[in-house]
Ligand binder design. Structure first.
Ligand code: MTE
Length: 320
């Protein structure tokens, strides 16, 4: 397959909109300097949805200039109030309900086919990892999209800590299931918990990112706080939210949506405008915030970074 897509750094800087981030980061640093971290609410207590997410302020994160996007950053309010998080409900306005998710204490287990299985406390993890900011596109299979400055670290940086065995072929992501605060779990026809997965080669790709913040603040629960994964070249459902367990395995994980409706949602789910989903054309996308319709790009514009992963997999259902 011959794909010619401009690399991120060929896109002019002037077409990215960074000022909101600079403002937010200054606000976060100011809060930290003053020692004013918010006290976490008790389980079940609702936080103001407009307030920053609980948890320690993030350490300063430099934006990585390698990952540029040709569109403006989505306004923070749009990205944090229009969400898919079925554990809290099957509509887009779950952001208030999601404030009930207690984000501290929070641990994530990294285990399976590894030399050194470990359980990390989220704050220890944030302190230990090489934190950076990346402006990435997110393209939902429902044909809407956004551009978000995420704070986080490479998935491979975490996997290096547990030393995967050579027999490990896949990475399985398991996300939180907290019945006390997640009304969606009562929909017992869904195969909770939400599971996602990728190959070990995809996990090693430089774009695969574990996210702990957005817009310079700790990642809010509605966007998957305190820890989510993001594969910007794949449809958004691959980005499991609020991760509690990461397992290295030799068996291809069957994801939540694949279990629900395997004819509509596959394992690979790479973005491709030419392969329609049974219910949505993928040719264009609606930009959150402006409502504009723009053409969708193969691999969501990241072909230069990831197309090589799939050259020997042409018999697989790579696109939906
Ligand atoms: N993770 C969990 N645990 N539960 C979900 O319902 N929805 C997915 C993904 N991760 C989902 C999830 C889907 S369909 C999308 S498009 C993205 O999260 C949306 O991320 P956002 O709300 O931050 O835009």
């Amino acid at each position: 397959m011959l794909i010619r897509i401009r690399r991120g750094w060929e896109i002019p800087e002037s077409r990215v909109t960074p000022e909101a981030i600079a403002t937010n980061r200054r606000a976060v640093l100011g809060l930290a300097a003053a020692g004013l971290a918010a006290a976490p609410p008790a389980l079940g207590q609702t936080r103001d949805a407009g307030a920053p997410a609980e948890g320690s302020p993030l350490p300063p994160a430099m934006r990585n200039p390698r990952y540029r996007v040709e569109r403006a950053i989505t306004p923070e309010h749009e990205a944090t109030t229009f969400n898919n998080y079925y554990e809290f409900g099957s509509h887009k306005s779950i952001y208030r309900a999601a404030q009930r998710l207690p984000m501290r204490p929070w641990t994530v287990k990294v285990e399976g086919m590894v030399e050194q299985p470990r359980e990390f406390g989220i704050d220890d993890l944030i302190a230990a990892m090489p934190i950076e900011e990346r402006v990435y596109r997110l393209r939902c299979v429902e044909a809407w999209s956004m551009v978000v400055p995420w704070t986080g670290f490479r998935l491979s940086a975490l996997l290096d800590r547990v030393r995967p065995l050579s027999s490990a072929r896949y990475v399985r992501f398991e996300t939180a299931a907290v019945p006390e605060v997640m009304p969606g779990l009562r929909q017992s026809w869904y195969p909770w918990p939400y599971i996602e997965g990728c190959t070990i080669e995809e996990a090693a790709n430089e774009l695969a990112f574990l996210v702990v913040g957005a817009y310079g603040r700790p990642l809010p629960p509605q966007n998957g706080g305190p820890l989510r994964v993001h594969f910007p070249w794949k449809y958004g459902f691959k980005s499991g939210k609020s991760l509690v367990r990461i397992t290295l395995t030799d068996r291809r994980p069957k994801s939540f949506w694949e279990t629900v409706q395997g004819n509509e949602y596959g394992f690979w789910a790479n973005v491709n405008p030419e392969v329609p989903h049974p219910r949505w054309s993928q040719a264009t996308e609606r930009v959150l915030g402006t409502g504009e319709r723009i053409p969708t790009r193969i691999f969501n514009g990241y072909g230069e970074f990831v197309a090589h992963l799939y050259v020997n997999l042409q018999n697989e259902r790579l696109w939906a």
